[in-house]
Design a protein around this ligand. Structure first.
Ligand code: PMP
Length: 422
């Protein structure tokens, strides 16, 4: 809930922590560069010095393989790795750190569940419920699970303004639904989905719920215990951390009953020529050498986010979102996708009349503005909206109102270039 009591972010001080934000682009002999305006945060965020320094420190002072050696350095890196897991646990308010698995990212976290839980539990005719606004990472693993098990994948429809159509939820959540996988926030529309309601209704129907939290954990407070979700997946690189590390939170009783996803070193208690015994949680699901340095740096990213305050970050992005809507509406000829700012976060996707999304992004890029264009790994959603491609601006704690205004001016320029051409 947004309130006036939350302190504002000191954005100029925050920006000073991010070396890349001081970049200038496209400089040539005859002209100076333009400052970078980074509005592609839903794809991946930038990193503050504190996270970069954590990576340097680990390699320079603490690095060895974890949970392996009986030597000082290995103990050090193991302690840092487990300390980071505990920071993640506290950040999302999980009960115990055995419920926090390090993966390569949201995609791998979802694949882990779709492979391990689905293969052990689904039968032909069972149903997996998704929604029309999902990212491909929260569609394809379930389609693959359905191919293996004979289960059926169904899609909860959305309304024209980009919300889940709760009026028909009961028709889609049936006694055959075994798992409901839903994004907390759409990576295209920015829609914030009513998770409490969805989880309560799914549980009442006897289904487990996986929350794709790739776009929510980085941007708002998260309490997995209060939420009551069964599985929650997110990525480090979307929350100031490094790429190559992500998280799956899952209830202990579910993980205990699930078979390991990958086999190899670390995930076993015992191996003989006739078989193996899996290790306890969380090692059971962390086969091989994990992303040690990235996982430790994710802890540094969490420290940084908590230092700013997740409510303050959420409120800052909300203000930028409101401004972005005003700015886009004033440009004219812009079709915004998704609901009004009250029900969405700092993700604003749009179409500029008669200009292809890729052309818009290219013109913005010439002015230093980084946005994403295309289907944003959500082809079924674009088909539903009857839009081939869209342009997406997405904000984070270091973006400023001035940058949003620059986006508006650059779109005006794009419009006039294409008006001259046509
Ligand atoms: N789900 C959503 C909603 C996303 O926005 C993304 C990243 N664009 C993913 C899943 C996949 O995340 P990753 O590529 O980090 O695995």
């Amino acid at each position: 809930m947004l309130t006036d009591k939350v302190a504002s972010l000191d954005v100029e001080r925050i920006r000073a922590d991010f070396p890349i934000l001081a970049s200038t682009l496209h400089a040539a002999d005859d002209r100076p560069g333009v400052p970078l305006v980074y509005l592609d945060n839903a794809a991946s965020t930038q990193r503050p010095r504190q996270v970069i320094q954590s990576i340097v420190d680990t390699y320079e002072k603490h690095y060895a393989n974890v949970h392996r050696g009986i030597h000082w350095l290995s103990d050090q890196s193991t302690d840092l790795y487990e300390e980071s897991r505990n920071k993640v646990r506290a950040f999302v308010n999980a009960d115990d750190s055995g419920e926090v698995l390090f993966t390569r990212g949201t995609t791998e976290s979802i694949n882990l569940v779709a492979r391990s839980w689905c293969d052990a539990n689904l039968r032909a005719g069972d149903e997996i419920l998704l929604t029309e606004m999902e990212h491909h990472s929260n569609i394809v693993p379930w389609q693959q699970a359905a191919e293996r098990t004979g289960a059926v994948v169904r899609f909860l429809p959305i309304t024209d303004d980009g919300r889940l159509d709760l009026d028909v939820l009961d028709q889609f959540l049936t006694e055959r639904t075994r798992v409901f996988a839903v994004a907390a926030i759409s990576n295209v529309l920015g829609t914030i989905n009513p998770l409490e309601t969805l989880i309560a209704r799914a549980h009442a129907a006897g289904a487990l719920v996986l929350v794709d939290a790739a776009q929510s954990v980085p941007h708002q407070p998260t309490d997995v215990s209060a939420l009551g979700a069964d599985f929650v997946a997110f990525s480090g690189h979307k929350m100031l951390g490094p790429s190559g590390v992500g998280v799956l939170y899952a209830r202990r009783d579910l993980l205990d009953a699930m078979p390991p996803f990958l086999g190899g070193g670390s995930m076993i208690r015992k191996v003989t020529t006739s078989g193996f015994e899996p290790a306890d949680l969380p090692s059971k699901f962390e086969a091989g050498t994990p992303p040690i340095v990235s996982a430790i740096a994710l802890g540094a990213a969490i420290d940084y986010l908590q230092g700013q305050g997740m409510e303050a970050i959420q409120q800052h992005e909300h203000r930028l979102c409101v401004l972005a809507h005003e700015v886009l509406d004033s440009v004219g000829g812009v079709q915004r996708l998704g609901p009004s700012p009250g029900d969405k976060c700092g993700i604003v996707s749009f179409k500029l009349d008669r200009v292809h999304a890729h052309d818009v992004a290219q013109i913005l890029d010439r002015q230093g503005i980084a946005v994403r264009a295309g289907h944003h790994c959500a082809m079924p959603l674009h088909k539903r909206l009857r839009v081939a491609a869209s342009t997406r601006a997405s904000f984070y704690l270091y973006n400023t109102p001035h940058e949003v205004e620059q986006l508006g001016r650059a779109l005006e320029a794009a419009k006039s270039i294409f008006r001259r051409k046509s």
